[in-house]
Design a protein around this ligand. Structure first.
Ligand SMILES: NC(=O)c1ccc[n+]([C@@H]2O[C@H](COP(=O)([O-])OP(=O)(O)OC[C@H]3O[C@@H](n4cnc5c(N)ncnc54)[C@H](O)[C@@H]3O)[C@@H](O)[C@H]2O)c1
Length: 248
């Protein structure tokens, strides 16, 4: 119950799916939370759930691809809690408008890059200096198994998540001397509401999950570990949560 006692965590995409499960897991271990989501209502519901369980959370509305909005959210979080020790970037996700490079909608390409990659850059860019000032921190960026193994039909999303993975490694190198750790989680199929609606059990990527598809909590438990001091010597790693799909 106290693995994150005294820590402040900013979670993007905290209103739903992996971000929500991660926020709840961090809170159960004592973290106080800044819950950032473009859907304020959802973030507010998660904040209420945290508070009913005896935790503390601030819900903020932010489109992570908007620099001014990210800045405002971080400022609000700092005003309430004073520092940020953990940053989890979960906002984003693929969409049905993605596809092979020859066919995908180009606006969809830029939307995905703006949210998944540029959004991750913006939050890291804003939060890292705060972590340096307060003596360190842990950043957990949610990439995807698609950034590691060859898949088809989601090239914009794959490109954005590949960027998240590589950028995270570069940041891990850059900021280790300031005790800022940067790690990546690469989930395969995770049955959030959004994904359950469009990945069907006969999809090859679903079939490859030797242990079956994951639940959001399966990703959250690794995020919790990486956020905690138990992972104090771990940076620059990519951890797969894929039910064995990548050895299939
Ligand atoms: N679910 C999977 O199978 C799976 C697999 C690999 C990686 N991922 C990654 O995990 C992360 C979470 O996915 P999920 O399935 O939990 O999604 P989800 O749709 O359940 O939750 C995403 C949350 O992010 C918020 N969001 C979306 N765009 C935003 C923006 N521009 N600014 C702020 N908030 C925004 C949404 O409102 C939502 O609350 C995504 O980055 C996704 O790419 C998911």
């Amino acid at each position: 119950m106290d693995r994150l006692d005294g820590k402040i965590a900013l979670v993007t995409g905290a209103g739903n799916g992996i971000g929500k499960a991660t926020a709840l897991a961090l809170s159960r271990e004592g973290a106080r939370l800044i819950l950032a989501d473009c859907q304020l209502g959802l973030a507010g519901e998660v904040a209420a759930e945290v508070e009913r369980a005896g935790g503390e959370a601030l819900a903020v509305q932010v489109d992570v691809s908007d620099e001014a909005a990210v800045d405002a959210a971080v400022r609000d979080g700092l005003a309430r809690f004073g520092q940020i020790d953990v940053l989890v970037n979960s906002a984003g996700g693929g969409s049905m408008n993605d596809g092979p490079v020859t066919e995908l909608d180009l606006e969809e390409f830029w939307r995905t890059i703006r949210v998944d990659l540029f959004g991750t850059l913006l939050t890291c860019r804003r939060v890292i200096p705060e972590m340096v000032t307060s003596g360190g921190g842990s950043i957990i960026n949610i990439s995807s198994l698609r950034a590691i193994i060859g898949t088809h039909g989601a090239d914009a999303y794959t490109a954005s998540k590949g960027g998240v993975l590589s950028m995270s490694r570069a940041m891990a190198m850059q900021w280790a001397k300031h005790n800022v750790r940067v790690n990546v989680l690469a989930p395969g199929v995770v049955l959030t509401e959004r994904v359950a609606a469009f990945i069907k059990p006969d999809d090859p990527i679903y079939q490859k999950s030797l242990l079956g598809p994951s639940e959001p909590e399966d990703v959250a438990s690794l995020a919790l570990f990486l956020a905690s001091d138990e992972a104090r010597k771990i940076t620059g790693t990519v951890m797969r949560v894929d039910g064995g799909a990548s050895i299939y």
